[in-house]
Design a protein around this ligand. Structure first.
Ligand SMILES: [Zn+2]
Length: 150
C-alpha cells in the first residue's frame, strides 16, 4: 500500500470518527433538551397539584400549615401591590368581573356592569383655591392706582 493510499484510508476513518462523535454529541444534546422539557412539565404538574392541595386545605390545621401561611401572605402582598398599581394608573377593578376600568368609566367595557363615577374631590378644591388669590391681588392694586391720580 502506497503512502497516498494509507493517508487516504486514515482520512476516511478519521472523518468516520468525527461523524460518529458529532452524531453522539447531537444525540446527547437532544436527550438533554428532552430531559429539560420533561422536567419543566413535572415542575408545572407539581405546581398545579400544590395549588389544588392549598385551595382544598388552606384553612385546615395540616402539617404544612406554615408553608400555607407563607403562600397566603405572599398572595395578600400581591393583591396589595396590584391595588397600588391601579391607584397609580388612576384605575380600578370592575366589582362584577374583575376587569380593569378607568376611574372615569361609568360602565365596565368587559361585562357592561355599572361602575358609577368616582368624584375627584381634591381636583374641585384645587380650582377654587387657585382662583381666589388672583381676585384678591387685583382688588388690592386698583385703589393704589386711583390714589396716585387724585
Ligand atoms: Zn366587568
Amino acid at each position: 500500500m502506497s503512502f497516498i493510499d494509507k493517508l487516504g484510508d486514515s482520512i476516511v476513518s478519521m472523518s468516520k470518527d468525527v461523524g460518529q462523535k458529532a452524531k453522539e454529541a447531537s444525540g446527547i444534546a437532544k436527550l438533554k433538551l428532552d430531559i429539560r422539557i420533561k422536567q419543566e412539565y413535572v415542575k408545572e404538574q407539581y405546581a398545579q397539584l400544590g395549588k389544588v392541595y392549598y385551595e382544598a386545605h388552606k384553612n385546615e390545621d395540616v402539617p404544612e400549615k406554615q408553608r400555607f401561611d407563607k403562600i397566603s401572605d405572599a398572595l395578600d402582598e400581591i393583591d396589595r401591590m396590584e391595588l397600588q398599581i391601579l391607584e397609580l394608573k388612576k384605575a380600578r377593578r370592575c366589582p362584577n368581573c374583575g376587569m380593569e376600568a378607568s376611574e372615569m368609566a361609568e360602565f365596565c367595557s368587559n361585562c357592561g356592569a355599572k361602575l358609577g363615577v368616582v368624584v375627584g374631590e381634591s381636583k374641585a378644591e384645587d380650582v377654587t383655591e387657585n382662583d381666589q388669590p388672583k381676585e384678591d391681588v387685583e382688588l388690592e392694586e386698583e385703589p393704589d392706582d386711583n390714589s396716585e391720580w387724585l
